[in-house]
Ligand binder design. Structure first.
Ligand SMILES: [Zn+2]
Length: 289
């Protein structure tokens, strides 16, 4: 079983408002933001935290449809927070493709550190979250008219539509078969990101560059890493920086979206998309269909 390091670099675009639960203040559900100190002073940015993305990815795998009519999590007897932690076949049950990559915790027994980590999430734009009045929860509506206290309408902050979130996933020393679970999770989590409704993001794409997506598989890192500085607040230079880094591989040139030497392979744009889909299908063949 040959192991590699793997990195996914992408820019996600939210086609509608998104809510990422953070904290509840009096009657308002706040979204998560980060505050940066830059050359032009303090800047507040919307934040799609990597831990939330990781949670959605893990659930995407747990809820994947298994051929026996159960979800994959039910089939494997793996869940959240009750992870199965089966790194090897055990008691007649298969090793868990989810715990092997995402890690697992069996309270009091064993902890397995995940080999997939998530980064990025600081939006490029500085657009402030917007607060909106939301319909009351049905349980509150049912209560109104009774003798009890009046229900409080709830307000919720949303991140504005059209925000760009650079995101990065890194897998440490995993085989292609193991990384296939991460590829499946990354692609299938996209329509499901966000808490409540609405949900979903897409990989930003333009006609010239295609999808803003880079996939690296390597023993030795040889490409410029297309990471956007959180201080960058202007869209076009940020995207140009991503495109430029994506094309920059030491000792090899990117041709037809791919650069390769014996230690490093990079897929860019449409080619990266196709490779991730191929890996996701490999996961489906092994565990779902
Ligand atoms: Zn498991």
């Amino acid at each position: 079983m040959k192991r590699y390091h793997w990195d996914i670099y992408a820019i996600l675009e939210a086609p509608q408002e998104l809510y990422f639960g953070h904290e509840v203040e009096i009657n308002v559900n706040r979204v998560e933001t980060v505050t940066l100190e830059g050359p032009e002073g303090k800047v507040v940015k919307p934040y799609f935290s990597p831990t939330k993305r990781r949670g959605v990815e893990r659930r995407t795998l747990l809820w994947a449809p298994h051929r026996d009519g159960k979800t994959l999590g039910e089939h494997l007897e793996c869940g959240i927070p009750g992870t199965c932690a089966r790194m090897e076949p055990e008691d007649g049950k298969p090793a868990c493709p989810i715990c092997r990559v995402f890690g697992a915790l069996r309270p009091g027994e064993k902890t397995v550190i995940g080999r997939l980590t998530h980064g990025g999430g600081v939006a490029i734009q500085t657009l402030e979250p917007q607060e909106k009045q939301r319909a009351m929860h049905p349980s509150d509506l049912a209560r109104s008219g009774s003798e009890q206290e009046n229900p409080t309408p709830f307000r919720r902050e949303y991140n504005q539509p059209g925000l760009y979130y650079p995101v990065y996933n890194h897998a440490l020393s995993v085989s292609e078969e193991e990384f296939a679970a991460a590829a499946y999770a990354f692609l299938n989590a996209l329509p499901r990101v966000g808490a409540g409704n609405p949900k979903g993001a897409r990989i930003l794409s333009d006609e010239e560059f295609g999808p803003y997506l880079v996939l690296d598989r390597y023993l030795v890192p040889k490409g410029a890493r297309p990471i956007i500085s959180p201080h960058q607040t202007t869209i076009e230079p940020a995207l140009a920086g991503f495109r430029q880094a994506a094309q920059q591989v030491r000792g090899a040139s990117v041709e037809n979206g791919r650069a390769e030497d014996p230690y490093f392979t990079r897929w860019v744009g449409e080619a990266a998309s196709a490779e991730l889909e191929r890996l996701a299908q490999q996961f489906a063949d092994a565990y779902l269909v």
